[in-house]
Design a protein around this ligand. Structure first.
Ligand code: URA
Length: 249
């Protein structure tokens, strides 16, 4: 691996912000191969040098994968002037280039994956990858077998093509109905527009799985955890990448 500045390396290891790690360096809290380093500009080789900060050996984490239970009322964006963003739920200490994979609406809850693995994010969102996303929704009014059939055949939501076949499962039908819907594309407001095409309104929407990864039931809205290695492997498979990339070797 190429050499990088010690302050950049430490910030990417989540040892603190760039200015915090510079202070640690100047205070003599950082050693490289046993020798104190006092210059933030000093270059290091993360895969060869033993770098210790405040008594803890630092390991370079080049890619980060996070599962967030997105609450309603925040936007899936890196920054926003009006609403809190999903990034605010993650707190500090993350890779600076961590970004959401796709988007959930302001009022949609549930599984949001964030990563700085650009290739995986790109593949997961590529229309040809057909990564499955499953939603739980509450719908105003009854949902019936005709809806199931229409979702299976494809709906006109005002795009060039009909929607791809989608799996609609009715959990409960009544004045308010509960459903599971599995789709393998990700058009803007897709679930809401699919129900609109059937003359029905989505009252509540929550994503419960993506790419075969279910939302962890232990995560309350607003909580997050890193993805496990098995989950990352599953996402790679589901999006058509080989299970192990050079990045993880
Ligand atoms: N479909 C929608 O309509 N909204 C979302 O947030 C996700 C899928």
């Amino acid at each position: 691996m190429k050499q990088i500045r010690i302050d950049k390396f430490l910030a990417e290891c989540q040892a603190g912000t760039r200015s915090e790690v510079k202070q640690k360096i100047r205070k003599g809290l950082v050693t490289v191969n046993g020798r104190i380093v006092k210059v933030p500009e000093q270059k290091v080789s993360p895969d060869q040098d033993e770098i210790i900060c405040g008594g803890v050996q630092m390991h370079y984490v080049s890619t980060e994968y996070v599962m967030l239970h997105k609450p309603s009322g925040c936007v899936t964006a890196l920054r926003d002037d009006r609403y809190p963003t999903v990034m605010e739920y993650l707190g500090s200490g993350h890779r600076p280039d961590l970004a959401p994979v796709g988007r959930l609406d302001l009022d949609t809850e549930g599984l949001l994956i964030l990563t700085n693995d650009g290739e995986l994010a790109h593949r997961m969102l590529a229309p040809k990858s057909h990564v499955e996303k499953t939603y739980f929704a509450v719908i105003a009014g009854a949902v019936d077998e005709e809806d199931v059939q229409a979702f299976r055949e494809g709906l006109d939501i005002g795009e060039k093509h009909l929607t791809l076949p989608a799996g609609l499962e009715i959990l409960r039908s009544g004045e308010e109905s509960e459903i599971h819907l599995t789709i393998c594309e990700g058009k803007f407001h897709q679930v809401k527009r699919m129900f609109e095409a059937r003359g029905k309104k989505v009252l509540y929407l929550k994503r419960i799985s993506m790419g075969g990864i279910p939302l962890d039931p232990e995560l309350a809205a607003g909580q997050w955890r890193p993805l496990t290695d098995d989950e990352i492997t599953k996402l790679r498979q589901e999006s058509g990448m080989s299970a192990v990339s050079e990045e993880t070797l």
